[in-house]
Design a protein around this ligand. Sequence first.
Ligand SMILES: [Zn+2]
Length: 411
Amino acid sequence: MKSYLQSFAAVAVIAVSLYALSQEGRISEWAETGNMAATFGADTVRTKDLKEKYAEATTTIPQSRVRIFLMPGHEPDYGGAEYGSVKERDLNLALASYLRGFLEDDPRFEVVLGRGKDGWNPELAEYFVAKREEIQAWRNEQASMTERLVEEGELSFPKAGVSHQTVASDVALRLYGINKWLGESDFDFAIHIHINDYGSRKRNRPGELSGYAIYVPARQYSNSSASRYVAQALKDRFGELLSVSNAPREKEGIVEDRELVAVGRYNTAEVPSMLVEYGYIYEPQFQDPAVRDAVLREYAYQTYLGLKAFFSPDAEDNPRREVAILPYEWKKDLASAQTYRVDVLALQIALAWNGVYPPEGKTLYDCPISGLFGACTRSSVALFQKKYSIEGETGRVGERTRQVLNALFAE
Ligand SMILES: [Zn+2]
């Protein structure tokens, strides 16, 4: 963990120009200068506190459980990326629901979703209406306080100055409302679940960016430290199956942000929070309904394993299954094809676990785990066959290859 913090600091010292699309819908730009002198008060929650809470949680005392809030990004019926008929907000909800299912296997966690199939979580919906004025006033107060601290030199962001914005949109106001509500409701952790988009792409054409990124609060905010450690645990997990974003701003996988309301703009989040962009909406693995569902479930499972690894360093307590899709039994032969298939997805994941996917010289960026059997899978199958001395089916999965796959991964 220490080395992580050091490398984080080293990265921040390099001056880079950044563009960020904030949750309030504006494009902002600032230069990262690595200014770390200022703090915004003490940490609200320490990493140690979170781990202790988990260690001491018991099923007999419900209040002792670790309370996790999952926000499937965007409003129940609008907002978010769209690609063809694929809507980000639906994917976010599916992923969040899977994640809740996995987390609830562990009686030490209590999970609340921000919205479900029928709209907002009723408690939140009521809160937004009843506390509207209060949320707005509180948000303005936090904004002016941030501004004042910056002016007085008590607080410094990579680029001095805070935007003057006195009216927040309804969407943003609800996100501030969530931060306020989480702080008042004894939550321990919040994850906002999203799928990214690339603004400059042509309509209904894939963009050039792909991969995941985890947004965490700027280090000036009091919920930053614990958020960053949890983000690192997720990143450690994601590396096996998800490629890190190739967007210049996201290439470290973990991105500090001071403007995203979801992670605590103006220091409005007491609760450690992060926003995960699991990929870009036009990536192949999100296009076909059958494969997409298995992919979202797998991403949720990897997130769950990351959280478990953070809260419970005791390996004995952690699930032994490394991936959700395995064990898997392959019943049909497979070869290069243009259709998305779940058995190809399972094959790619099994090959990745076997160390032969992506094939040498390639990355997950070149060879996404998508359920499409193309050149990458062909090469990896050939490597697998060489490893297990399977002959006569090079680059495709015939009966002999299936036998070995099933012997290794079907139970
Ligand atoms: Zn989104």
